[in-house]
Design a protein around this ligand. Sequence first.
Ligand code: GTP
Ligand code: MG
Length: 307
Amino acid sequence: MTIEWYPGHMSKAHEQMAELVRRIDVIIEILDARLPVSSANHLLAELRRNKPWVKVLNKNDLADPGVTKAWVRTFEQQTGIRALPLSAKQHREVLQLPKLCLRLAPTRGKPGRPLRAMVVGIPNVGKSTLINTLAGKAMAKVGDKPAITTCTQQIDLRNGIILSDTPGVLWPTMSDQNAAYRLATTGAIGANALDYTDVGTFAAEFMLTRYPDQLMARYQFTELPEGPLPLLEQIGKRLGCIVSGGGVDLHRAAEAFLRELRGGKLGRVSFEEPEPAAPHLESSGEAPEPEKESENERSVNPCETPC
Ligand SMILES: Nc1nc2c(ncn2[C@@H]2O[C@H](COP(=O)(O)OP(=O)(O)OP(=O)(O)O)[C@@H](O)[C@H]2O)c(=O)[nH]1
Ligand SMILES: [Mg+2]
């Protein structure tokens, strides 16, 4: 199934961004650290007006650490761009952002001369979460599905910085369907615009190729299923996605697998690497990092991971 998703509010948000960029000092683009190319807004380069541009690689807690380091080096080689990997939920990490913005616009952030920044990015990438962490309270609505924010909102951090939280935007046509499937895998595309079995199959194929050890560790396989559909079936069995008669419900299995992948249950995963892939980008091949949850929660139990 071809993925296209451009609800009406996104077109309006693009227009507002073009207008807003005139009045701000710094652009803060939130990328998904797991897919910094597919999550980048290619229209932003045209809108930019030479404003300083920070690329935040968010959800770094879910991305392959070696790959993120390589992305930071790649971005920092581009003129006028600064790259900052972080997790929007981590206050200590997020605090680096206002400091960096003030360095990029040194005449701002003073009484009567606030620094204004526009926070932009694809849906569900963590824009509102980041703003809330910076504000120290829930100023913007947050949710675990795309298109939570549909109107631009200004938030005064009361430290000389005013941020604009903008709706997540994609683009009118998804000409690169591989990128669209990566976006769907990580949760940036509305559920009504995708087929879970298709996206789950895409993600299963990727994991088999790129992070087989992490699959083995999570689902306690003794040997890897051969191909994405057998893999989804095995995962469906382990997660209890069974229809009456005993067969696997592939749709529910794919949905449950994607939920686990998005939530980091399969360890830290990056879907895109800078080109050309250098030896230092090779995956560590390590099993998933221990999560901050109990052993019981980690074990694959249909009751605890409802399908
Ligand atoms: N693991 C992890 N989850 C995050 C991080 N940042 C945000 N999230 C989660 O991602 C989901 C989306 O967060 P939002 O802040 O609503 O994303 P948004 O970019 O504002 O989304 P829209 O308003 O829909 O465009 C929420 O479930 C957040 O808890 C992060 O750094 N790490
Ligand atoms: Mg939002």
